[in-house]
Every structure is written in C-alpha cells, then in structure tokens.
Design a protein. Structure first.
Length: 266
C-alpha cells in the first residue's frame, strides 16, 4: 500500500509539471541594480512617484533590461544621491547568494561632482571652476578609490556567484562643438570632461581588481554629448529643474547604456 501511494504521488507530480500553463516559468536568476541617480530615472522626467527621493522610473536602463527579461527576478536597490557609503549601508544588503547579475554605478557623489558642476555654472571665474574640478579629482584618488574597493568587495561577498558589471559615467561635452561661447567656456568643459576621465580610470582599475566587468560609458556617449551637434543623450543645464541637469535622458538610457550593456548582461 505504501508503495502504491508513493507511485501515485510521483504520477501527480509529473502531471503537474507536464501541464504547467504555457509562459509560466520559474525565475531564471535574479538581477540587482545598485547605484545612484545615473542608475535610476533622473534626467528622464518620468517617475513612479515624483515625491520619492530615490526618483526611480520606468525608462532607466535597469528597468528597461528587466522589462525585456521578465523571467529574471529584479530588485531595484539604486537611489538618487547615493554614495558608496549608502550602497554599503542600504543597498548591498539586498543582494543574496542566489543573485546572478549585478550592475553597480556609484562614485560621482563621493567626490561632490554635482556641487562642482553647480559651481562651474554659477561662477564667472574659470579658475574657480577649474580649482573645484581638481579638488574633486584629488578626492577621487585619495578617498573614492579605496571606498570603491571596499564596496566591490562587499558586493562579491554578498553575491558570490553573480556576474557583476561596474557602469561608468560619460563625458558631458564635445569640445569645440556647436555650443559656441554661451554658458561654460571650453576651458571649463574640458576640465569637467577630465573629471569623468579620472572617475573612469579609477573605476576601471578597481573593478578589474575585483574581477568585475567595467563598462566605459565615454566612447558610448561621446558622439551624443552636449555640443556634439547630434542627438544629445545627456541633459544640459535646466534652470527650472536643476536636479534634472547633466544626467542621461531617455535616449541615453535606452540607446546608450542599455544598448552597451545588453551584450555584457546576456
């Protein structure tokens, strides 16, 4: 009798599997997005909740990838304004041992890059702008670099089997492009671009040490930066919405980041 019951249970289990509804599948891994305002929807002007400080929305590159892979579980841990300390304290904890894919984009806030940009916009003195940029670059080397190593180590410890992609920041300007002399000078634009170069160099080195893949956003965005004369993938200065300024727009997320990440993320 016991043998018959076991056989009957096995048959029921087989039938349940065989007749599972088409299109219903178990989750194929889990993707966790870590990072700052570049990772969420800042710059797209489209948010789940405009009053939510994290400013997440449906057209960020992380959401677009998740929407195209509905069988992969998705956790959006990223939040606007995040630093490496925030990623360590509030985001890494959302990684689990079964996490199969992670993107992490953080570092710009650690060196006060937003404040540097605002200062360059508001000051009429090129030298003052350049001094702020150099201070941010020095902070990137002395403070951000070891913090990234610590952050990446924590990511690996929390998600030991995951593919991890470190996502970089673009340069903002085409020098000698079609912006003319209004706004920032080319000297200031060049300095701001050099800050993006410093961030990329540090992020690339630390991600390589961690065994992670680094996506360098500079060559991806360069043909579409501000003053390029082509469609621009980053927002310029928006006086009425300063917090939207200098972030990837809808095209930047979709045609820039997502297109570049697709072959890396699988």
């Amino acid at each position: 009798m016991r043998t018959l019951k076991l056989l009957f249970a096995a048959v029921l289990a087989f039938v349940a599997v065989a007749f599972t509804a088409p299109g219903s599948h178990a989750a194929e891994g889990k993707y966790v997005a870590l990072g700052d305002s570049y990772t969420v929807a800042v710059g797209t002007n489209t948010y789940d909740n405009p009053d939510d400080a994290c400013r997440r929305g449906p057209t960020s590159y992380t959401r677009l990838w998740a929407a195209a892979h509905p069988n992969v579980g998705f956790v959006e841990a990223a939040c606007s304004g995040a630093t490496t300390a925030d990623v360590l304290s509030t985001q890494v904890g959302q990684l689990t041992a079964d996490t199969s894919l992670v993107t992490v984009q953080v570092g710009g806030n650690d060196v006060g890059f937003v404040d540097v940009l605002k200062n360059c916009i508001l000051t009429a003195d090129d030298d003052d702008c350049l001094a702020g940029v150099e201070a941010a670059k020095a902070a990137a080397n002395s403070q951000l670099s070891p913090q990234l190593s610590k952050t990446y180590a924590a990511v690996r410890a929390a998600a030991p089997s995951a593919k991890v992609i470190v996502v970089g920041y673009p340069r903002l300007y085409t020098i000698g492009g079609d912006c003319g002399i209004l706004g920032l000078s080319d000297k200031e634009r060049t300095a701001l671009n050099s800050a993006a170069d410093t961030l990329a160099e540090i992020m690339s080195a630390r991600s390589k040490e961690a065994g992670f893949t680094f996506l360098d956003a500079r060559p991806v965005f360069d043909p579409h930066t501000i003053c390029s004369g082509n469609s621009e993938w980053v927002t310029s200065l928006e006086w009425e919405k300063l917090n939207e300024s200098y972030h990837p727009n809808v095209e930047g997320h979709r045609d820039g980041y997502l297109a570049a990440l697709n072959p890396l993320m699988g």
